[in-house]
Design a protein around this ligand. Structure first.
Ligand SMILES: C[S@@+](CC[C@H](N)C(=O)[O-])C[C@H]1O[C@@H](n2cnc3c(N)ncnc32)[C@H](O)[C@@H]1O
Length: 272
């Protein structure tokens, strides 16, 4: 299938998250994440979505990373095309194929998704988890454009720190935080952040990308929050409309976020 991909190198400047996944990061990637509740929540939602799609035969996973979903794909009897920009992450994914009984059913392709130009859709569905927060504002449209070319029918898209200024949804999350078992100090911090982000949103200010230094260099230091409207519009322009949105409401998660920032999984369907 890799002969379907023609690479049109545009020479754009890559975001830090596009070059971050080296050998050192790849070997530790799953070990550092697989006990998180958010990680298992993602697995459960993906499994549910694949069940709901019912009659799928093949799937594209971009970015496939270390191939974390291979067992799930195996249980749904799917053929898989795994696409990723990092040789080292793909090597880890390669090691998973036999362990999950997927030999002969997986093709791994090393490619920058923003440069993909397949002549026809690569699979019926695309799974895209934990990518868009690594992509800068300037690169977002190119990346979404590449992603939307991959599937013929469905997209399951996970996104961290989505900016969403819908007042009803923000209020629902503030109430959830108020009545949850977090400390008063955290509740106050959460409400202040929500108000601050609402004002930033209403005034149309651009908020900055998130920079944080990690001791062991195992998490990307530079990540981005994109607005839900921008992401949905970019997919809609390419024929994909959102059907469902799953929102992870969890105390630990809320402690670090505000009501205007969501971590979500969205299901989109091709309309034309
Ligand atoms: C946080 S990991 C997510 C991997 C997997 N989807 C998961 O949920 O664990 C991000 C992955 O995106 C890949 N990536 C970053 N930029 C990319 C691009 N432009 N094209 C394809 N893959 C990219 C990285 O190499 C890395 O493997």
């Amino acid at each position: 299938m890799s002969d379907q991909f023609s690479q049109d190198i545009t020479g754009r400047k890559r975001s830090p998250g596009e070059t971050f996944y080296t050998r050192e990061v790849a070997v530790q990637y799953e070990k550092l994440r697989k006990n998180d509740r958010y990680w298992s929540w993602e697995n459960d939602i993906l499994d549910q979505c694949l069940r709901a799609f019912g009659d799928l035969r093949d799937i594209a996973d971009c970015p496939v990373g270390t191939g974390r979903f291979m067992d799930i794909y195996s249980s749904h009897n799917l053929r898989v095309v795994g696409i990723d920009i990092s040789t080292d992450m793909l090597e880890e994914a390669g090691n998973k194929i036999n362990a999950s009984g997927m030999e002969g059913r997986v093709e791994l392709v090393e490619a920058d998704v923003s440069n993909l130009a397949p002549r026809e859709p690569v699979a019926e569905a695309l799974v895209c988890f934990r990518l868009l927060h690594l992509i800068s504002d300037n690169n977002l449209d190119d990346v979404i454009s590449g992603l939307a070319m991959i599937p013929s029918r469905h997209i399951v898209l996970q996104q961290f720190s989505v900016k969403d200024y819908n007042i009803r949804r923000a209020l629902r999350r503030v109430f959830h935080a108020l009545f949850s078992e977090i400390s008063l100090a955290r509740k106050i911090k959460y409400i202040c952040r929500t108000l601050r982000d609402m004002i930033v949103g209403v005034l149309g200010l651009r908020s900055v990308s998130v920079f944080s230094r990690h001791k062991k260099n195992t998490f990307c230091d530079v990540t981005y929050s994109h607005s839900l409207a921008r992401v949905l519009n970019a997919f809609a322009r390419r024929g994909f409309l959102m059907k469902y949105i799953f929102d992870f409401k969890d105390n630990e998660h809320l402690m670090g976020e505000s009501g205007c920032y969501l971590s979500v999984i969205m299901v989109m369907e091709k309309t034309k």
